[in-house]
Design a protein around this ligand. Structure first.
Ligand code: DP6
Length: 509
């Protein structure tokens, strides 16, 4: 089975190529680091793994990709972090080969990549690259694919990319089917806000051998490979147990031992694969010495010389003192360190700001509320979501279908579709019906909402979709006018902004 067959199968119900968003498509995806590694393929063409793996997405470390069809040029154009890069570079060749699978009428593309992870240094740049690319294509061509299909498409670019379509902990279930339609990333519900990942860069240079080549050499020549399969299967279960119990010591031990085992297995290949540099060993010794002094600090290492340190917030100061160049990532504060668009009273952009800081300071910013409707015998019904128990404000309250903030440079419709997919698991055509300014202080948390809220409407008849349990705990359809009545009689059930959204809808529809 070839990649094209899988793509054809996934895109068969979309209008691939018939609709092109002239503004282009854009998407962001986090990088991820595996705590139980993917090392070895059972199918080289489709990147199907021998074992399942488990990762943590790296918060605000990742890639933002913008892609447009380019009618004026006869080759793709790649701009990475503001610089035009040659089409003969490894990076451009790899993306270009993947894009060859998506060229209606042989089109070429203009691709802009903004990334804060070093390319090809073992910090999983290909994972966030392919995960953001397929989601940007999804917006460009309005495929409206769900996360599962997007994860499969990302896997065709690079195996570990299938985990980067989600935030938080993700399990890549290896699947058994020959076509890989059951091999994709699944978001795990564990939340661990105190968890810290320290990126310890030992060398940002290119790896001596790519992970793709190295894992194949391991599978075909390492006498230890069978042992690796058994071990990883066991490690995955233990890791999930550690997450279930929030047992950091067990978590760290399994992750560290799994990484050590992967490097042992590849070290037994012919010729041996060695990613360690002398400095890597020195740093591993330092981690162990700190541990022997009672600081719960562990590491993991991917296919490269760099380390990712694992520790909890309470030890951040000591760890930073020992490793002053460490870049600390907060995997569960990602949405708070996201950038949003600051505006004036007329909704004119005046800059950007950190999401959490803007909410603490009550700075006026741009937001949107999506409302999905359906027609039931001439009456409109609204799809409501109940916010999950872990939302940073308004947890457990009922609200409109989904809400969010566009990122700097992102238009509202693209952002709204991104959030709709992330939260509710589907996308539809959306149209803006109006906007309003609202300001409110949340009880119990030091946050002030001060936003110009754009209300976007779409129609759908879906009754069954894969919503994201870390965002949403439940959903229901309710008659629009009944909702207005219920908000009046039981306002405590609903988010503070919902009444204004409903009033605006009833006025405009
Ligand atoms: C060590 O996903 O880069 O980071 O599927 O060939 O593109 P391809 O390989 P890739 O391999 C990642 C290997 C790893 C472990 C992991 O991320 O699970």
């Amino acid at each position: 089975m070839q990649k094209v067959d899988v793509i054809e199968h996934i895109l068969r119900h979309t209008n691939h190529g018939q609709f092109v968003n002239t503004a282009g498509g854009s998407a962001w995806a986090p990088s991820n680091v595996a705590l139980c590694k993917y090392w070895g393929k059972r199918d080289l063409e489709l990147n199907l793994p021998v074992t399942s793996s488990l990762s943590i997405s790296l918060g605000n470390k990742g890639a933002f990709i913008k892609i447009k069809q380019d009618q004026d040029n006869d080759a793709d154009k790649y701009i990475v972090n503001g610089e035009l890069i040659g089409s003969k570079t490894k990076f451009a060749k790899r993306l270009g080969k993947f894009l060859d699978l998506f060229r209606p009428h042989g089109v070429h593309y203009h691709i802009e990549v903004d990334t804060n992870v070093p390319i090809a240094a073992g910090f999983a740049s290909s994972a966030c690259g392919f995960a953001s690319l397929v989601q940007a294509l999804n917006n460009l061509y309005d495929w409206r694919l769900n996360k599962q299909d997007l994860s499969i498409l990302a896997r065709l670019g690079s195996g570990s990319a299938c985990r980067s379509v989600y935030e938080g902990f993700v399990e890549w279930q290896k699947g058994d089917d020959y076509n890989g339609m059951d091999s994709y990333g699944v978001k795990l519900g564990y939340i661990w806000p105190e968890l810290r990942i320290g990126m310890l860069t030992i060398s940002a240079g290119e790896k001596p051998i790519s992970s793709t080549d190295a894992m194949q050499l391991t599978v075909t020549t390492s006498p230890l490979y069978d042992g690796w399969i058994n071990r990883t299967t066991h490690d995955l279960d233990t890791l999930k147990l550690a997450l279930e119990r929030k047992d950091f010591i067990l978590f760290g031990e399994v992750a560290e031992n799994n990484a050590m085992a992967m490097h042992e297995v590849m070290g037994a290949s012919e010729p041996p694969i060695i990613y360690y540099l002398p400095k890597t060993i020195e740093m591993i010794a330092k981690v162990r010495s700190m541990r022997s002094q009672g600081i719960p600090l562990f590491f993991t290492q991917d296919a490269g010389p760099n380390l990712q340190l694992l520790f909890l917030a309470e030890h951040e100061a000591e760890v930073l003192q020992a490793f002053p160049d460490l870049e600390v990532v907060l995997p569960f504060a990602d949405s708070n360190s996201e950038k949003i668009i600051l505006v004036d009273e007329n909704d004119v952009e005046i800059g950007s700001g950190e999401k959490l800081a803007a909410h603490v300071q009550g700075k006026l910013h741009r937001a949107f509320s999506v409302v999905i409707l359906r027609d039931r015998e001439g009456r409109l019904e609204v799809l409501l979501q109940q916010r999950s128990t872990v939302k940073y404000h308004s947890a457990n309250l009922w609200s409109n279908t989904c809400c969010g903030h566009p990122r700097p440079g992102e238009d509202i419709i693209t952002a709204a579709n991104r959030r709709l997919r992330e939260e509710m698991g589907f996308g539809v055509e959306l149209k803006e019906v109006g906007k309003f300014h609202y300001r409110s202080k949340f009880l119990g948390v030091d946050l002030i909402e001060n936003e110009i809220d754009h209300v976007l409407v779409g129609f759908s008849d879906l009754d069954d979709f894969l919503f994201n349990p870390s965002e949403v705990q439940s959903f229901c359809w309710i008659d629009l006018e009944d909702l207005q009545q219920d908000i009046k009689s039981s306002p405590q059930k609903y988010t503070v902004w919902l009444p204004q959204v409903v009033d605006l809808l009833l006025q405009e529809m």
